[in-house]
Design a protein around this ligand. Sequence first.
Ligand SMILES: [Zn+2]
Length: 395
Amino acid sequence: MASGAELIRKIKESIREVDPKEVHEAVANGNGSGPLLVDVREQHEFEEGHIPGAVHVPRGHLESRIENKASDKSQQVILYCASGQRSALAAHTLQSLLGYEDVASMNGGITLWKDRGYEVETPRSLTPEQKSRYSRHLLLPEVGLEGQLKLLDAKVLLLGAGGLGSPTALYLGAVGVGTLGIIDNDVVDVSNLQRQVIHTNDTVGEPKVDSAERAIKALNPDVNVVKYNARLDASNIMEVIEGYDVIVDGLDNFPTRYLLNDASVRLRIPVVSASILGFDGQLSVFAPYDGPCYRCLYPTPPPAELAPSCGANGVLGVLPGTMGLLQATEVVKLIIGTGDPLIGRLLLYDALAATFTELKVRRDPDCPICSREPDAISDDEMGVFPDYEAFCAGV
Ligand SMILES: [Zn+2]
């Protein structure tokens, strides 16, 4: 049997090693098309400083995670560690076991790189408490530290702290969305508690924004809650929604939905929209100019029996939980930029049948709002829906 030192020497002979100078030049001249740099050290080593632009795949997770970062096996991949030993072993694995065609290990590792005076980037990190809190996200390569930092930096606005807003707010708070805006001018009523799980018996009679804030803060102190104890209307919508990354629409009436659509298209803010009635739910993501808008889907208000704003309607208490959490899932995907968001697709959920149905929704080239340039949508036009009042009054 070979000794460890002999094995490493043999492996080093079978792979290509490159000098930090060569790597530095390739990265500087690559303009984004240079080699993929992979740091194979442990998490804490990476956090203390790494080569700018390098991706992180700890050697212990190399086989399972490298393909997420380097899907093209013909691309040039340069691995490095602290001294060049672990990266040599990793390069051997990529080359001889995983079929990567152009692999090299950086000689001397980041230690020699630093000695040469080349730049090192120290990434933002999480506090020890946050590392523990978000540990199950950090274990997912699709989220990881980068995704968690995106969540902590994100600003999400919830329209309503009611049936849909309650589960959405709790989970977005739990996963560490850094800023949660909530607009709602209602107070908590006993009849809300059958489904609005963010509120409790103790908060009956309190403004919903205060009750929701207390629950979110109790769950996760990382979250900054911005409260708007108001009703969203044409006079305040631009001011309220501007600056948010994603809007979660749990609105209960159609006129405000059209207003929201027009304003969010103008400001290019994606809206994750859900609605519920009885045992049925609907969900879609409206990403301005990337996919259809709400008016592309509903050029005219839906038939009266599907318009819950026209009167009090029943709803199964668990249904807003299901739909609200599907909304929260889409919000997280949009923030971390992973997966296939529900853009251009309408998801229908039938709780009694336990079925999901998906419909394709296309952009309407004649849409009164999203077929035009954002600046061409005037204040006077936003949310205007001439037939709506008459339509509702006729029910
Ligand atoms: Zn449209």
